[in-house]
Design a protein around this ligand. Sequence first.
Ligand SMILES: Cc1cc2nc3c(=O)[nH]c(=O)nc-3n(C[C@H](O)[C@H](O)[C@H](O)COP(=O)(O)O)c2cc1C
Length: 333
Amino acid sequence: MGNSIIDSLKKAKRRYVAQWTLSSLDKYRGHQYLDTYAGPDTDDAVAVKAQVTFYAHQIEKGLSHSDFRYGFGKKALANLSRALDKLRSLDDGYADNEAYLSALSALHEYIVRHNAVGYDITDVRRLFAADVWSAAVETEGVEGGSVVVSASTKNGNGEKTFRELAHERHAIREYADTPVTLVELSEAIDLARTAPSVCNRQAARVHVIQDADLIAKALKLQGGFNGYPMPPALLLVTADNRSFLNVYEHNEGFIDGGLFGMQLLMSLEAVGLAACPLNTVMSVETENKARTLLHIPESEVFIMYITVGHYPEQIRLCKSQRYALSSIMSVCE
Ligand SMILES: Cc1cc2nc3c(=O)[nH]c(=O)nc-3n(C[C@H](O)[C@H](O)[C@H](O)COP(=O)(O)O)c2cc1C
């Protein structure tokens, strides 16, 4: 009896210490995030570059839609214009800034595709500074925008090198009508088990959704796939917290789950399936709705959704140009 009271007290103390440690870690990370993220009031050139990339990508997405909607993207274009103005005020070398150049290319394609059918975009033109607009008109359009890929280029993906697969994988948001079988999905998920994980604890889980009604409901809650036809299959990658032994690992699920998600995207490409990762950034309330809808256990954290389908004969996709090596690599001394 005496021992059980002592055990309960020890347990309560361990929980208290764990809770205190978790909240100080979260407080520290919260402050670090608040001080550095690319929020609307940032005056940091790198953060504003991220804003430019974000809004330009929204335009790229509109350009890649098979059901092209003329005059699309007014809000994204207005945001892009503001972010470009800010970038120009913060970066003296803005004319060579890779995000600026990508944005100009996307804008260039926007102008060309509307001009080609005589669609009036005077209101869009008014959103931008005159010199930005003329730079967009004159740009070669090689950086951002959209590009068409044929399904035939995916034949023999199983024999391609990693280098080829890495360069040729792209987020595909529209698919052939052919259903995706559990056998096909299993092959890719099985291959993705090669992903590394902390102390090999393999926290990642994959929930397969094939029911059209469930897919539609889950994607409605997700909110980042609007305007596209529903995919034949949807995967939800999660990480099971029961794989972790102490509070310092409380974010490990996001890391290991993310690594697994990437391995799964490459595996899907290797087996010849088209896919698009989708964020699971949502409010607690929305996450709980999705958790209930898909019967996801409380112990699992959401990592990402992945829409999956077969490649259509031809697909127009976002170029999603990458930053240069020199922008992301530095050597520690
Ligand atoms: C974690 C994650 C979340 C994403 N969320 C979305 C999303 O909600 N909607 C969307 O259309 N694309 C989403 N994407 C796809 C990205 O836009 C795409 O991967 C990026 O532009 C790079 O292009 P690529 O995949 O063709 O190389 C997401 C990608 C990742 C990795």
